[in-house]
Structure formats: C-alpha cells, structure tokens
Design a protein around this ligand. Structure first.
Ligand code: ADP
Length: 468
C-alpha cells in the first residue's frame, strides 16, 4: 500500500465510522464498569457499617445489663463463629483508658494503641490504617451510662479484596472488549457503506468506459436514504444514456442525410472542372470545392461506418488471413512517412498468427493505429509493433514514444469526433479510434490503451485466433 493511500485512510467515512463506533462502545463499557464499581463499593461499605452498628447496639445492651463480664461472656461465643469473630471491641473509661479490648489475631498490623489518643466521638467513624496503608479499621463509638465509651469496628480487607477482584476482572476484559468494539465498528461500517461502494464502482467504470453507461447500481432494498440515493442515481444514468443515444442517432441521421447532397456537390464540381476555357479563379474555387467535398464525404462515410459497426449492421467479408501479412502491408504504406520523420520502427512478430477477419477493415484498423503512432511521435522517436499468440488470442501491441495522452482524456479518445488538445495542430477528424474500436469489437476482439503524458502510448489489440 502506498504512503498516499495510507494517508487517505483516516479521511475515509469507513475509518471514521469504525473509530467513532469503537470509541463510543469502549467509553460506554468503561462508564458502565465505573458505575458498577462505585455502586458495588457503596453497597459493601453500607453492609459493613450496618453490621458494626448492629453489633454495637447488641453489646451496648449487654454492657448496661451486666457490665464487662456480660460483654466478655458474649465475646467467648464469638470465637466459635467466624461470622462474629471479625469484630474489634473496646471498652474505655471516661478519660479514654482501655478497660477491656478484644481483637482477632490478624489485626496486629493496626496501631490499636493510637485509639487512646483519638477522642472517642459518638456517631463519628474512626479510621486507623494498617502499616502498609492498604486496609483500614473502621470503628464506631457509643457512650455508656457510666460515662465510658464502647467501640466496635471491623477491617476493610474483605471489602478491598472483593473490589480488587472486580477491578482485575475489568482490566482483563477491557482489551477483548476494545477488539470487539473495533471489529463491531468495522462490520457496521462495511455494511453501511456497501451500497456506497457499489455506487463508487459504477461511477468509476462509467468514467473509465462510456459503454458502461448501461450498467446500474444494484438496489440494496434497505428502504433508507441510501436506497433513495441509488434509485435517483440510476434514474439519472437512464436519462444520460437516453440523451447520449439520441445525440448519436441525430449525428447518424445528419451524416446519412448529408451524404447525397455532398456527393452531388462533388459530382457537380468534377463536371464543371472538365469544362474548357474556365477562368483560372473559377478553376481554383472549383478545385477547392472538390477537395473539401471529398473530405466531407470521407467524414460522413466514416461516421456511417462507425454507426453500422456499432449496431452490428456493417458487412464483414470474413476470411482466414494472417495478422502478420496485414501488419506488413500497412508498414509498407507507412514506411516512407516514418523514414521522413527519422523514426525508428521496431517489429517483432510471431511467424504464425492466423485469424478470421475482413482484410480491408483490419487494414483500416492497423492503418489508423500506426498512423496515430507516427503522427503523435516527435522526430527521432521510436514506434514498436509486436504481434504474438496468447491463449486463444492473437495480440498486437503498438507502442510509441510520442506525446502521450492525459489520464483524464483516456476514456474520451474512443468518442466520435474527439481530438486531444495537443493534437489539434495535426491532421485528423477525431473519428479514427471510434472506428477502430467499433470494427475490433465487431470482430469479437478488444482494444485497450495505456499512456503517460510526454512519455508515450501503448495500444493493445486482441483478436480471436483460428487454427488453419
Ligand atoms: P485523430 O487522430 O483524427 O485526431 P483519433 O480518433 O485517431 O483521431 O484519435 C483521437 C485522439 O486520441 C487524438 O486526437 C489524440 O489526441 C489521441 N491519440 C490517439 N492516438 C494517439 C497516440 N498514439 N499518441 C498520442 N495521442 C493519441
């Protein structure tokens, strides 16, 4: 892939659709995950605090009825139940001296002594961190009737463990989700742009070859704006096709209608020129009339030939002939012109190239192509003619080092009366290639051109081969 194509990718609708879909998908998943995390954290905190407050109320009632022994008796039963063996319990005197304390062994990491210096304010959570600052001991305080305080708490390690697991799961699934988002986005963009790609293909093939004007973009039957656009585009193609056909027909009709008056004009000029004692001025004028009418007749005949060849009416006198012989015959005709322009002519031909063709029409085709190659190649350039078999075809390649054809002009050179800007100074009618294409197509063959402005052109003709 070239750098230019790579640079174009971010600008394509397909890329932008994929990017935005993946971005919104990933962002939504991330926000959903964040919301679930915050919600889970709030629920766990609420549950932990609820348990501490329930325990605090229970122990407060026990203390009021039986003092520290009563609390101690209850705590003994804690050891048998892992459910309860997670609470921290402290009873302190009025001046915050510890009178009774109970905490499970795993809590040694917390600086419990610091509670003697933290003022025990009821209804306010006290948080003591462990030495690694990874977990906390959350403690709630309540006043006792004797002026002392009761504190109950539990650590946040279980809560942190659940939240860390949740976070880890999120980190693991985020990459596959991102890939899923990109994949989903690409599929979505591909499906959404499928009809547009058909549209682009059709427009491209029409701009490459006007014959493709008969093509239509397949209807996606999606019932959306794209379907509307495609049917409007097809309607427009239909109208253009009808218009072009009408233009061609009127050109054919004009050519047909003008043939008789022009022939009469030519005959009259010829007859008048045969008269004796004509003044010189009249002779010159009649001579010019004759020359011009011959040119117009040629143009009209070629126009009619093209029209007949395109509609398949042109009669072909098909014979088994050798492509080599036709090429040699045409080269004999143009050898002198090439010599005069000091052009180098290279010929490379396979000895056996039998085809079935109309020799006169094929000579016309080759003469047009070789004439163009010589005409559009500056002095001391070169023209090469190659002929060889390829599969079931006989291929002829005419390559020149001439002025070349602009890329934008390439599809138009086959049109009737079309002449490139640079060739206007040269002799020609702009009908040669239209006739060439029509005759070759009528023979069941094909012609294509490759050209680079200022470097030269290559015309490739393919004709079906026959066995003799
Ligand atoms: P004409 O030769 O009478 O102008 P054609 O139908 O033979 O008409 O060719 C149409 C146009 O195609 C030419 O006017 C010219 O611009 C271009 N063309 C054809 N052959 C060549 C070539 N070998 N090199 C450069 N341009 C060419």
């Amino acid at each position: 892939m070239s750098l230019k194509t790579l640079r174009k990718i971010p600008k394509t609708i397909g890329f932008r659709l994929t990017f935005w879909y993946s971005f919104i998908f990933t962002l939504s998943v991330f926000l959903l995950f964040l919301f679930a995390y915050v919600y889970l954290q709030a629920t766990l905190i609420h549950k932990d605090h609820d348990e501490i407050l329930t325990e605090l109320r229970e122990l407060h009632t026990l203390y009021q009825s039986g003092g520290i022994p009563s609390v101690e008796k209850n705590v003994v039963s804690f050891r048998k139940s892992p459910e309860k063996n997670k609470f921290f319990i402290r009873i302190a005197s009025q001046n915050n001296h510890t009178r009774y304390i109970y905490f499970p062994y795993q809590w040694v990491e917390f600086d419990i002594k610091s509670l003697e210096v933290i003022a025990p304010t009821p209804k306010k959570w006290i948080r003591i961190s462990d030495q690694y600052h990874k977990a906390y001991l959350e403690i709630m305080t309540t006043h006792l009737n004797d002026g002392g305080v009761l504190q109950v708490g539990q650590d946040t390690r279980e809560r942190e463990r659940i939240l860390t697991k949740f976070k880890d799961a999120g980190t693991i699934i985020i990459l596959p989700l991102l890939l899923l988002g990109i994949l989903g986005g690409s599929v979505l963009a591909y499906r959404a742009l499928h009809p547009i790609r058909h549209l682009i293909d059709s427009v491209q093939s029409i701009s490459r070859d006007m014959e493709a004007l008969g093509k239509r973009v397949p209807n996606p039957h999606s019932g959306d704006e794209l379907e509307e656009l495609i049917s409007l585009f097809n309607e427009m193609l239909q109208k253009i096709e009808t218009l072009i056909k009408a233009m061609k027909n009127s050109l054919d009709n004009v050519a047909h209608d003008l043939r008789t008056p022009v022939t009469r004009l030519r005959c009259m000029a010829e007859l008048a020129l045969q008269k004796e004692h004509l003044p010189e001025e009249c002779q010159n004028a009649l001579g010019e009339c004759l020359e011009e009418s011959i040119e117009i007749q040629k143009l009209l005949n070629t126009l009619m030939d093209i029209s007949e060849a395109e509609t398949g009416v042109l009669h072909l006198d098909l014979q088994a002939i050798s492509l080599n012989q036709v090429i040699k015959k045409v080269l004999d005709l143009y050898g002198f012109v090439a010599e005069e322009k000091e052009l180098q002519i290279e010929i490379e031909m396979h000895p056996h190239l039998p085809i079935r063709a109309d020799p006169t029409r094929l000579t016309q085709v080759l003469a047009n192509l070789i004439d163009n190659a010589i005409k559009f190649t500056p002095r001391q350039g070169s023209v090469s003619i190659k002929a060889f078999p390829q599969g079931k075809e006989a291929v002829m390649v005419i390559e020149d080092t001439g002025i070349g054809i602009a890329e934008s002009d390439l599809p138009r050179i086959w049109e009737r009366l079309y002449r490139g800007d640079q060739s206007r100074s040269k002799k020609g009618l702009g009908l040669g290639l239209s006739l060439v294409k029509a005759i070759i197509t009528l023979h069941g063959g094909s012609i294509e051109v490759k050209s680079q402005l200022g470097k030269g052109s290559t015309f490739t003709v393919r004709l079906p081969r026959v066995e003799i």
